[in-house]
Ligand binder design. Structure first.
Ligand code: UT7
Length: 333
């Protein structure tokens, strides 16, 4: 693909709310155990919002941290892109709420709803706005407040123990340096929408939400865990190969692999299949659980701040989630 201009990540940031929930804390709410959660997913804790805090409040903090790292002010931004599956409201999108909280007057803002792959879709969109010459500086945020829609009882345990709240952000800007975002591979397959979804409220089915929907638990997230697991492993392996080929790279050329944090076992299987050395794979699911669109930018920020990612390193990012959607991308730090 020919690009008019190169694009780099100028700064990263993340934020989680203060309330930490350990696996042990869940044992008093539902029939589950620390052992089951650790063994099946690798998760040890997650964070939940409290009080009047919404998704955009988490996003604001991550955005401010990314702006600080990029040595920019919010007023420098030309566009806000917000990836989330758990917006503050049905409409308008959380990007508009975030835009106002950053005091951005009339700067454009847009939401991307591609679930766990949302951040990579959003980053690709942001990159194209800059490489085309339309904008100079773009804020890309992935943020989720899953906890308000989780069923924290035994009936909802298969999903509710896995998900956490949090936000991650990057600032993209035009670049003349070697530091740059390379090409992305994006996919979706809507025929599997009902394998992982929050069906109601929604316009499909002749009503927004009714008594039957509540009785049949359609207002809680539903996941066929094993089905999703198998597809995730297959599609992630495919998208690593596809993305590397697209960028004329090999597995050995990549210094760090940042996979979506849905399950430690998924990422271990992908690594084993592809022969990726374990020291190149980074994880933070133990601390934060699955934060959907926020997982990759949170992990990226941690790796940058811990100086695991160094100047010139090549970094792969890969995600799979509801839709189904999946995506891969590479950048040079
Ligand atoms: O981010 C979007 C993409 N999401 C994913 O990629 C997630 C993919 N799926 C997974 O990660 C795994 O399938 C899970 C972690 C969700 C589940 O692990 P699993 O090994 O596939 O377990 P399972 O769903 O087959 O359930 C095994 C047993 C069941 O009991 P029986 O039928 O064997 O008696 C469940 O009822 O574990 C039971 N179970 C639980 N037990 C204790 C389900 N949830 C829990 C729980 N605590 N929280």
């Amino acid at each position: 693909m020919n690009h008019l201009r190169h694009v780099k990540i100028a700064g990263t940031g993340m934020y989680v709310p203060p309330k930490k929930i350990d696996n042990k804390d869940l044992e008093s709410l539902m029939d589950t155990s620390d052992e089951w959660i650790r063994q099946r997913s690798g998760i040890e804790s997650r964070y939940h919002i409290e009080g009047a805090v919404g998704t955009s409040d988490l996003a604001v903090e991550a955005a401010k941290n990314a702006l600080k790292a990029a040595q920019m002010s919010a007023q420098d931004l030309d566009l806000v892109i917000f990836a989330t599956l758990s917006p503050d409201h049905q409409f308008p999108g959380s990007s508009a709420i975030l835009q106002a909280k950053l005091n951005l007057d009339t700067v454009p803002s847009m939401d991307i709803k591609c679930q766990c792959s949302g951040f990579l879709y959003a980053m690709n969109v942001g990159k194209l706005f800059i490489s085309s010459g339309q904008y100079e500086k773009v804020l890309v945020v992935g943020a989720e407040a899953h906890s308000p829609v989780l069923d924290m009882t035994t009936e909802g345990r298969d999903v509710s123990v896995l998900f956490g709240d949090g936000a991650g952000a990057v600032i993209l800007e035009a670049s003349d340096s070697e530091s740059r975002v390379l090409d992305f591979a994006l996919h979706s397959q809507g025929e599997f929408a009902d394998k992982l979804w929050l069906e109601k409220p929604g316009t499909a089915g002749g009503n927004w939400i009714n008594e039957t929907d509540y009785k049949e638990r359609r207002h809680f997230p539903y996941m066929e865990g094993r089905y999703v697991f198998k597809h995730a492993v297959t599609r992630l392996v495919e998208v690593v190969n596809e993305t590397l080929e697209l960028n004329q790279l090999k597995v050995d050329d990549i210094d760090h692999f940042l996979f979506h944090q849905a399950n430690l076992r998924i990422n271990e299987k992908v690594a084993a299949t592809m022969g990726i050395p374990s020291e190149k794979i980074h994880s933070n699911i133990m601390k934060y659980g699955n934060c959907s669109a926020a997982s990759i930018p949170m992990l990226l920020d941690e790796c940058v701040r811990n100086e695991k990612i160094k100047t010139g390193d090549k970094v792969f990012m890969g995600a799979f989630g509801a839709g189904f959607t999946w995506a891969g991308g590479v950048f040079v730090w």
